[in-house]
Design a protein around this ligand. Structure first.
Ligand code: ADP
Ligand code: ZN
Length: 359
C-alpha cells in the first residue's frame, strides 16, 4: 500500500495584491514584465470601455485586445465561447494571460474564460467601475448568467493581481457611481461603521473625483472584502455576511427585469434587512434610521417601486441561489459593524417589511 500525498498549493502561493491609486498603468506594465505570470497578454474589455480607455492601456501595456459587447445581457456562455475562440484564433496558448479591463461583467466573463481556457490561464484584473473596484474584482468569483438566473455557471479563480486605477472612474456615468456607493455603504453596515458618516457627507466629492477620498473608501472596502474572503474563500459561512441587503436585493433586481440596477436593489434590500433587524429586536431605531439616511444622501432609492408585486418578490426570495434547503438566510444587524446570519426569519414578517418598504 502506498500513500499518495496531493500537495495542493498553500494559500500563500495563491495570494495576490490589490493596488489602488491613480495612473497605475506603468505599475501594471512593470509587474507584467517583472512577475512573468504569462508570456503574452490579451486585454479583454467591452465596447463601452474600449473607446474611452483602451488606447491609454495599450500605450503602456504590451498586449492584444479583444472587445466584448457591453452589458449584463451579454454575460453569457456564448460570449465566453466567442472570447475563447477569439483568443485561440490569435494564437493564445497556456502560456498566455488575460488582462480584464472593465466593469463587473468583463471581470466575470474574462475571469471565467481564464479559469477554463486550456484548463486555466492567469488573469489580472483592472476594474474600471466603482462597483468592480470595491467588490467584484476581489475574491476570485467568476461566472456567466443563464436565462433563468445570474452567475449560475462559474468558478473560483483568484487573479494574479488587481489594479484599481482611479483614472478609469473619470468617465463613469452617474448611475454607476450610486451602484458602487451601495456596496461601500454595505461594508460600512457590516464591518466599518466609520464609512457611513463619510459616505453621508462626501458622496459629491467622490463623484467629483477626489483622489485621496476615493483611495480611502475603496481601500477600506477592499480590505474588508479581502479579510472576509481570506477566512472563507468558498463561502462556508463568514462570506455570507457580504450578502447583507442582497437577499431581498436580488429578488427586487430580478422582479424588475433588471430595470432596477444592482446597487439600487441592494439599497432597497439593506432597508429591508435593517427593518427586519429592528422588528426582531436586534437593531435600535436610531441605527436603522442612520443607515436609511446614508443611503438617501448618497442618492440611492430607499423604497421598493410600487410597480413590483410583493408576491413576485417573495416568490423569487424562495428561489435564491444562496438559500440552504428551505430556510432563507438573512444577514441582519445588531448594530453597524455587527452582522449575523439568521436562518429563522418568519416569512410573514418578511412580507410585512417588503410591503412597508414599497412606495
Ligand atoms: P458593473 O456595474 O457590475 O461593474 P458592467 O461591467 O456592466 O457592470 O459595467 C456597467 C456599465 O459601465 C457597462 O455598460 C460598462 O461598459 C460601463 N463602464 C465600465 N467602466 C466604465 C468607465 N470607466 N467609464 C464609463 N463606462 C464604463
Ligand atoms: Zn452586490
Amino acid at each position: 500500500v502506498k500513500a499518495i500525498t496531493v500537495a495542493l498549493a498553500p494559500c500563500a502561493a495563491r495570494s495576490y495584491e490589490i493596488h489602488i491609486g491613480r495612473d497605475l498603468l506603468d505599475t501594471v506594465a512593470a509587474q507584467l514584465a517583472g512577475r512573468r505570470w504569462a508570456a503574452r497578454w490579451f486585454v479583454v474589455t467591452d465596447s463601452n470601455v474600449a473607446p474611452l480607455h483602451l488606447e491609454r492601456v495599450l500605450a503602456r501595456v504590451d498586449a492584444e485586445a479583444v472587445v466584448l459587447p457591453a452589458g449584463e445581457k451579454h454575460k453569457t456562455i456564448d460570449t465566453a465561447v466567442a472570447l475563447a475562440s477569439s483568443l485561440l484564433a490569435r494564437g493564445a496558448d497556456r502560456t498566455s494571460g488575460i488582462l480584464a479591463v472593465g466593469g463587473g461583467v468583463v471581470g466575470d466573463v474574462a475571469g471565467f474564460v481564464a479559469s477554463i481556457f486550456m484548463r486555466g490561464i492567469p488573469c489580472v484584473q483592472l476594474p474600471t467601475t466603482l462597483l468592480a473596484q470595491v467588490d467584484s474584482s476581489v475574491g476570485g468569483k467568476t461566472g456567466v448568467d443563464v436565462p433563468a438566473a445570474k452567475n449560475i455557471l462559474g468558478t473560483f479563480h483568484q487573479p494574479c493581481a488587481v489594479f484599481s486605477d482611479l483614472a478609469f472612474l473619470a468617465t463613469l456615468p452617474a448611475r454607476e457611481w450610486t451602484n458602487g456607493f451601495a456596496e461601500i455603504v454595505k461594508y460600512g453596515a457590516i464591518a466599518d461603521p466609520g464609512l457611513l458618516p463619510i459616505m453621508a457627507a462626501r458622496s459629491d466629492d467622490l463623484r467629483a473625483g477626489d483622489q485621496q477620498l476615493l483611495g480611502e473608501v475603496i481601500g477600506r472596502s477592499c480590505r474588508i472584502k479581502q479579510q472576509i474572503v481570506e477566512r472563507d474563500e468558498r463561502e462556508g459561512g463568514l462570506r455570507r455576511i457580504l450578502n447583507f441587503g442582497h437577499t431581498v436585493g436580488h429578488a427586487v433586481e430580478a422582479e424588475s427585469g433588471f430595470s432596477v440596477s444592482h446597487g439600487e436593489a441592494v439599497s432597497m434590500g439593506m432597508v429591508c434587512a435593517a427593518a427586519l433587524s429592528a422588528r426582531l429586536g436586534h437593531l435600535g431605531a436610531a441605527h436603522r434610521e442612520e443607515l436609511v439616511d446614508v443611503l438617501r444622501r448618497v442618492g440611492l432609492p430607499v423604497r421598493i417601486p410600487a410597480s413590483l408585486a410583493v408576491s413576485g418578490i417573495l416568490e423569487r426570495l424562495g428561489k435564491d441561489k444562496k438559500k440552504a434547503g428551505t430556510t432563507i438566510h438573512f444577514v441582519l444587524l445588531k448594530a453597524p459593524g455587527q452582522p449575523f446570519v439568521a436562518g429563522d426569519v418568519p416569512g410573514e414578517l418578511v412580507r410585512e417589511v417588503i410591503e412597508d418598504a414599497r412606495s
